[in-house]
Design a protein around this ligand. Structure first.
Ligand code: 8OZ
Length: 369
């Protein structure tokens, strides 16, 4: 049986251990431009086998929150370079999480103050964050407009450009954000997708946009440095589907031949109950992995949500290859060393999760040498 601290290969990514820093939104990139402080923050955490950056918008239209970074412009690419260089200098590996929020946005964040876009014109019952007069403020998301089918190739092209930009910025690869009720997940789930064209209705139609995006990104930078995050039952951002098991088994079976570096699965409600249920039966994660393997999928299997060392080891013993930690990495830059030592662990301060300065960001102490 492999240990948390053993090296592992995920596609073309050679990782020093199985401990992954999960993507964590921190809202410290004013104007969607990464900052030098972000380089310090990520470099402090470079002993993770892999860092997945905070969700990063592929286009202005893909933006849904104040002060989250983007990767659509030359200026953003230039600003990410010091981040990837700092992580590499510290011996780490880092992929950028590619994000289009779809309907989880607000007109104030959209180009020209337009409505956000979605599979269908259904408002998400969720909130986003704007900065009003310098103060982070929660607001209801705006009512979206349904994307015309003629616009979808442009969105796929935006993912492709973002992937190309990621490599230009020095990232080791990308993770496509297919989870948590954002655009690709909105297409997957019946609760947000009521289209009657080739991108809505039956499971194979609802999965089409996600698969086109994964295909395009894989063509652009190589499937061996492309990962994908899914969250089969999360209710985050008003995501809902009455039958997640066949939906996600279809998705992973269709992904299998593409040769992705890894699949990243959030088990349960994101940041909440691991046994959260949508539909009539508890979700069977072992069956999901079996469906991927049966279809020939060889990517690393990454699991996430509320793990501690014991649960992470159980996950590895049950067939996971990688385990992702979120809040623990916020508070413990040297989480790998602390897991090895059995603690102690700093406690995260929620009041500094979203927005602010270095406090609660780069000032959590490492263990004494
Ligand atoms: C917390 C706050 C804002 C965004 C996700 C990108 O849930 C997020 C996110 C999390 O995937």
């Amino acid at each position: 049986m492999s240990s948390l601290f053993d090296p592992v290969q995920a596609g073309r990514l050679a990782l020093a251990n199985r401990i992954v820093m999960a993507p964590l939104t921190r809202n410290r990139a004013p104007g969607a431009i990464p900052t030098p402080l972000m380089a310090t923050y990520y470099a402090q955490r470079a002993s993770a086998g892999l860092i997945v950056t905070e969700a990063t918008a592929i286009s202005h239209q893909g933006q849904g929150y104040a002060d989250v970074p983007g990767i659509w412009s030359e200026e953003q690419v230039a600003a990410w370079k010091p981040v990837t260089e700092a992580v590499h200098a510290a011996g780490g590996r880092i992929v950028v999480q590619l994000w289009h929020v779809g309907r989880v946005s607000h007109v104030d964040l959209q180009p020209g103050g337009q409505a956000p876009v979605a599979p269908s014109a259904i408002t998400a019952k969720t909130k986003t964050v704007l900065i009003r007069e310098g103060v982070p403020t929660f607001v209801e998301t705006s009512t979206p407009r349904a994307l015309d089918i003629s616009e979808l190739p442009g969105i796929v092209a935006d993912y492709r450009r973002a992937a190309r930009n990621a490599i230009a910025a020095g990232f080791d690869g990308v993770e496509i954000h297919g989870a948590n009720g954002y655009l690709l997940d909105q297409f997957l789930r019946a609760g947000s997708n009521q289209r009657s064209d080739a991108y809505g209705g039956p499971i194979a139609h609802r999965a089409r946009l996600l698969l086109e995006v994964v295909q395009a990104v894989s063509e652009e930078i190589g499937a061996g440095r492309t990962g994908l995050r899914l969250s089969p039952v999360t209710p985050a951002n008003d995501a809902s589907d009455p039958e997640p098991q066949p939906l996600f088994e279809h998705v992973v079976a269709r992904l299998a031949p593409l040769g992705l570096a890894y699949l990243h699965v959030i088990e349960g409600a994101t940041g909440g109950a691991r046994d959260h249920q949508q539909g009539e039966r508890p979700f069977d994660y072992a069956a999901l992995r079996a469906a991927y393997r049966a279809a020939g999928g060889q990517g690393a299997w990454m699991v996430n949500n509320g793990l501690d060392r014991a649960l992470a080891e159980t996950s590895l013993s049950q067939g996971a290859d990688l385990v992702a930690f979120g809040k623990a990495f916020i508070a413990n830059p040297d989480l790998v060393q602390r897991l090895r030592a059995g603690g102690p662990f700093n406690a995260p301060d929620r009041s500094t999760f979203y927005g602010g300065d270095h406090r609660g960001y780069t000032d959590y102490p490492a263990l004494a040498a």
